[in-house]
Design a protein around this ligand. Structure first.
Ligand code: 5GP
Length: 226
């Protein structure tokens, strides 16, 4: 079965050089802030700007935070097979652009996908080699306080997001890494550490390793030394 997934990912990303990094958390888990910090302080990493049908918030920018589109446009993009994954989250559509992600990955850049747990499950299913990270708030009360203080949602949507968080946190078991977002600085460092350590995996360094090994040519070895 795994071979099928591998074939799928090779088809989309034939020269997958960068890592596909999935980051999920319940709404208010603080992943956006941590990701911004990591993007500022880490080289060779991009961010996948998703498409969404939700309304733009104050302070958000089209094409920077999201591509804000109508439901009709979103459905057209589904038909055109433009999404790596998409899902309905808290009553709105959200989707990851295949075009954007493949450009970065094939150029050897890591790409962060800030997506919900349904999207994360789909990407993990299709791309076995993706790196998955779940951000947990320290407690439900803190999550609620953060989301309420953010004051970006209507009363109904805030309630929906809090209700959905109960199911979302239970999905932590599907992720490879857990970052507990209690102290922001610590959590940012944890996130960056995971991303950097993933780059050092043996399978990620085969090209560089081969060049080194090629220099160990025993036929040119002079026992007398020179
Ligand atoms: P918000 O409305 O707060 O920006 O995002 C709501 C949720 O949708 C968050 O959990 C966010 O990570 C998720 N989300 C954002 N973009 C995508 C996407 O492209 N696909 C999926 N599945 N979820 C997304």
């Amino acid at each position: 079965m795994e071979n099928i997934f591998l074939l799928f990912s090779v088809f989309y990303f034939p020269f997958m050089k960068g890592n596909l990094i999935i980051i999920s958390s319940p709404s208010g888990g603080g992943k956006g802030t941590l990701i911004k910090e990591v993007l500022k302080t880490t080289s060779n990493i991009g961010y996948s700007v998703s498409y969404t049908t939700r309304a733009m918030r104050d302070g958000e920018e089209n094409e920077h935070d999201y591509f804000f589109v109508s439901r009709e446009k979103f459905e057209n993009l589904i038909e055109q097979n433009e999404f790596l994954e998409y899902a309905v989250v808290h009553d709105n559509f959200y989707g990851t652009s295949k075009t954007q992600v493949s450009k970065d990955i094939n150029n050897g850049r890591d790409v962060i996908l800030e997506i919900d747990v349904q999207g994360a499950e789909n990407i993990m299913h299709d791309f076995a080699e993706a790196v998955s990270i779940f951000i947990l708030p320290p407690t439900f009360e803190i999550l609620k306080a953060r989301l309420t203080a953010r004051a970006t949602e209507t009363h109904e949507n805030l309630a929906l997001r809090l209700k959905n968080s109960f199911g979302e946190v239970q999905k932590y078991q599907e992720f490879q890494y857990i970052v507990i977002n209690d102290d922001r600085l610590q959590a940012t460092n944890d996130l960056r550490t995971i991303i950097l350590a993933e780059r050092l995996k043996r399978v990620r360094q085969t090209g560089a390793i081969q060049d080194i090994l090629d220099s160990f040519d025993i036929s040119k070895f002079n026992t007398v030394g020179d």
